[in-house]
Design a protein around this ligand. Sequence first.
Ligand SMILES: [Zn+2]
Length: 249
Amino acid sequence: MKEVIDFFKVEMKNGGLRFIIKDFMMFLTSSPRKELDEILRIAKKHNCKFTFFVVGRVCDSDPELVKKIAEGGHEIASHAYNHVDYSKLTGKEIEEDLRKSIASLKKLGIKARGFRPPYLLFKKNIYSISKKVGFSYVSGLEKKGQPFKINSIYEAPISPPFDWELIGIKGEKDRKKIMHTWKKQAEAGGVLLFHPWIAGRLFKKEFEELVSFKTPIKIESLINKKKGYSISIDVGGAGVFSIIKRLIK
Ligand SMILES: [Zn+2]
């Protein structure tokens, strides 16, 4: 809890309380529709494909949204059915939730090849369970670089910084620093993680600059040994809870 309080203190110094409240209200209330439209527009304009990790509940409640993403030729992967902390579930509960998420995508004619654990919280059993339900990869570890094999399934690790670390950053100097980091990560390969609010709204300009700088490919291409880097967008998880959960972990 102390870290959460410290986090808010730092954020207040950086951006002012008003900015934090505005951001957090946005995280809590805004539908990502508009932001996703922007992300899809940017992808089309620069002729690149992303990987979208979609929560199963969203597939069931908003199938049109998911179909629209798929129509852009992007990869759709699973972000669980319920956006819950998998490290607290039994193996059986995880398997059930994953199978439910697979079924929700299948209804839309989509076969998910990969999975990203909600909040990036999980236990080691995630790899064997993911393989059992038919995934080719998990994207859950925080680590720089290209995908690698782990327990006979691929891990497509996520290169820091995570986009939620950018909330509250406003100044041009800080934005330039972030841009520099993203470009370096793109050159080094691996997977970058974004949420719609960052890529499609708060850092839209930087996001577009990044994808035009070096064309991202789908994670499924990365695990098929293609060189390059991927951009992944998590859809349907509550960003603000991710931040708090990670900070108090
Ligand atoms: Zn999430």
